[in-house]
Design a protein around this ligand. Structure first.
Ligand code: 6PG
Length: 470
């Protein structure tokens, strides 16, 4: 006997998840480092507190949970998580599972899982997406860990997950770090999508002189078309919100410096480590970095001229289709990184299932994800999403718009690092013979690095008959 699950850490996400479990009929033991938070939480819980057992002491908290235990930690994922593991371990018994539901670096999750191996205890890294609202009423969850833990967790996480046409948006994606890795790439795609939306906003504001309300109204109309998604919905609503202090549009009183907690950057770092590049995500991480250089930008503004070329503001339909093309390409890059990691870590990730559990609950949920899951269920030439027939058809329709929008941005001097990066990737990928032959020539010329020849599929150590530099 005892609670079905323990939730430790009653911050925004932990509280919301604990209430979600209780709402679905599970008995939940809760605890928190600061006991005051527990009291506040119980007050907030109202009638649901019937299903909650609150314990301030770690030993009592563990003892209140039925064996084999499932204990979910919603605390900062770095050093605090290592400290918690150390503190709780002596209280655990064979078969117990502890779960890190935070945005952890998957490398840490792999290390922690390896520490648990052979001990009879289990470690799960679970990505949880959807913010507070999602956590309370239905998040999307990406689970990594052992089959034992999945069997234990499955009924509970399926009950609290977001549902897409009845299908629970949660899956066991692989061992150790697989769940946190997939969540990291989810966030990378989230960064790219947010950045591309911001670039279109920038074109309308700086290139078209439109105000926030007008742009918000346009985004709201896009919700009825192929761009329909949570991020367009919140952008539309944010742009149409008013600051009660000044009466100005809310976005106009917000400083243009974006924060980041690391997941977007991790996506880029891990991609580069595997010899991949997701340039839409890199552009989004980089743009947040540039945004932080506010002083330098203010200094540069009067000094560096645009020397713009003639161009007119692209049509609204073009902006819509350009954003759709960018979104497809960013997702394709995200899934390409997942494929590299799956191979590198031997995870056998199920891309169709991943796109299915992203259809509801998470931040990047969109109409496109429904099409992606279909595409993955069918055959994928060269394993590339951009080659799936349905995606090729979408790109055929939308690439001309992306070209017009990026050209206009380039001419007008409106920066579109993610959208122009997406187009550059598309143009690189569709060219069977690229330009790296010259890179290889340069490397061999100055460093004798060797190259493969087009007429010798096996040898990689050919050298050039170089003409001496003039
Ligand atoms: C989610 C989000 C969430 C993330 C925020 C902020 O899936 O619910 O990805 O996990 O913490 O979006 O991320 P940044 O602070 O890095 O922008």
């Amino acid at each position: 006997t005892g609670a079905d699950i323990g939730v430790y850490g009653l911050g925004t996400m932990g509280s919301a998840l604990a209430l979600n479990f209780a709402d679905k009929g599970f008995d939940v033991a809760v605890s928190n480092r600061e006991p005051e938070w527990i009291k506040a939480f119980l007050t907030e819980a109202g009638p649901l507190s019937e299903r909650l057992t609150a314990e301030a002491e770690l030993a009592d908290f563990v003892a209140a949970i039925a064996r084999p235990r499932s204990i979910l930690f919603m605390i900062p994922s770095g050093a605090p998580m290592d400290a918690m593991i150390k503190a709780i371990r002596p209280h655990l018994d064979e078969g117990d599972t502890i779960i890190d539901g935070g945005n952890a670096d998957f490398n840490a999750t792999r290390r922690r899982s390896a520490d648990f191996e052979g001990t009879g205890l289990h470690y799960v890294g679970m990505g949880v997406s959807g913010g507070e609202e999602g956590a309370r009423h239905g998040p999307s969850m990406m689970v990594g860990g052992t089959d034992h833990s999945w069997t234990q967790l499955r009924p509970m996480v399926e009950a609290i997950a977001a549902k897409f046409e009845g299908d629970a948006c949660v899956a066991h994606l692989g061992p150790d770090g697989a769940g946190h890795f997939v969540k990291t790439v989810h966030n990378g795609i989230e960064y790219a999508d947010m950045q591309m939306i911001a670039e279109v906003y920038g074109m309308l504001r700086d290139g078209g002189g439109q105000d926030a309300g007008q742009i918000g109204a346009l985004f709201e109309r896009w919700q009825d078309g192929p761009l329909s998604s949570y991020l367009i919905e919140v952008s539309a609503a944010a742009l149409q919100s008013t600051d009660s202090k000044t009466g100005k549009p809310m976005v106009d009183v917000i400083l243009d410096q974006a924060g980041q907690k690391g997941t977007g950057r991790w996506t880029v770092i891990e991609a580069l480590k595997m010899g991949q590049s997701a340039n839409t995500i890199e552009a989004a991480v980089g743009a947040r970095g540039w945004s932080a250089e506010k002083d330098a930008r203010e200094c540069a503004a009067p000094l560096l001229e645009a020397q713009a070329l003639d161009a007119s503001l692209p049509a609204e339909d073009d902006l819509e289709m350009a954003l759709l093309a960018g979104r497809i390409l960013a997702h394709a890059q995200g899934f390409r990184i997942l494929a590299s990691a799956s191979e590198e870590f031997d995870w056998s990730l199920d891309y169709a299932r991943i796109s299915e559990i992203w259809r509801a609950g998470c931040i990047i949920r969109s109409a496109l994800l429904d099409d992606l899951s279909d595409a993955f269920r069918k055959e994928l030439p060269a394993d590339h999403l951009i080659l799936a027939p349905a995606m090729r058809a979408r790109l055929r329709e939308s690439i001309p718009a992306l070209r017009r929008v990026v050209s206009a941005g380039v001419s007008m001097g409106v920066a579109m690092p993610a959208l122009s990066g997406a187009l550059a990737w598309y143009d690189s990928m569709r060219r069977a013979r690229g330009t790296a032959n010259l890179i290889q020539a340069q490397r061999d010329f100055f460093g004798n690095h060797g190259f493969a020849r087009v007429d010798d599929a096996v040898g990689t150590d050919h050298h050039g008959d170089w003409k001496p530099p003039a």
